[in-house]
Design a protein around this ligand. Structure first.
Ligand code: HEM
Length: 172
């Protein structure tokens, strides 16, 4: 029997097993604050602007629910994920964007991107507030985000059937 090579096989197997066992901890290192983070938004390049918005909407509901009774760990990683969705959405053009090249289109796109920047800044502030456990500040930012959503949608979003659907723009 070739004893040294068997030993090598055993130690390689132990290394592999140790690596697999360490995987959940490696995942935790990415989001040390909480385990609520969904899969990274930016990974799915095929997502539409609407899908990014719906993802933000869903997370908003979760944050709103958390703030009703903020006893557990704050969903900080969830807000980081919302930022990724908002950032991806900022790179896209809404359906309502004027088709024809020209001043009107330039102004529309510039306005849209400015609103999205403001939204991303608010989401960064929300992350900070949750991380500091400043629930009052977080609640205020949620209200501001709700208002910005409704003001921006009046200008940049085509009014559609989704307004009445679950997961759509309806405020719950
Ligand atoms: C927290 C803030 C926001 C939330 C939760 C939100 C949520 C949503 C949802 C659920 C939809 C898809 C369903 C529907 O049409 O109603 C949507 C669509 C849309 N939203 Fe938002 N939104 C937010 C902020 C904004 C802001 C700041 C802007 C503009 C700068 C914006 C622009 C749009 C546009 C343009 C669409 C239609 C998609 C398209 O044209 O392709 N939203 N949003």
């Amino acid at each position: 029997m070739n004893f040294p090579s068997r030993k090598l096989t055993v130690s390689l197997t132990s290394l592999l097993l140790a690596g697999v066992a360490a995987l959940p901890f490696a995942a935790d290192l990415t989001h040390p604050q909480d385990s609520t983070a969904p899969k990274a938004a930016a990974q799915d390049k095929a997502m539409s602007l609407e899908a990014h918005m719906k993802a933000v909407n869903k997370s908003m509901k979760q944050v709103r629910n958390f703030l009703k009774n903020p006893t557990a760990e704050a969903p900080v990683a969830l807000v980081t994920d919302m930022q990724k969705h908002a950032f991806e959405a900022k790179l896209m053009d809404p359906k309502k964007t004027p088709k024809e090249e020209g001043k009107e289109k330039i102004e529309f796109v510039r306005g849209y991107k400015q609103e999205m920047r403001d939204m991303i800044v608010m989401l960064l502030d929300l992350e900070l507030a949750l991380d500091k456990k400043d629930w009052a500040a977080a609640g205020k930012l949620m209200e501001e985000l709700d208002k910005q959503k409704s003001d921006s949608h009046k200008i940049y979003k085509v009014k559609g059937k989704d307004d009445e659907e679950e997961g759509g723009d309806k405020k719950k």
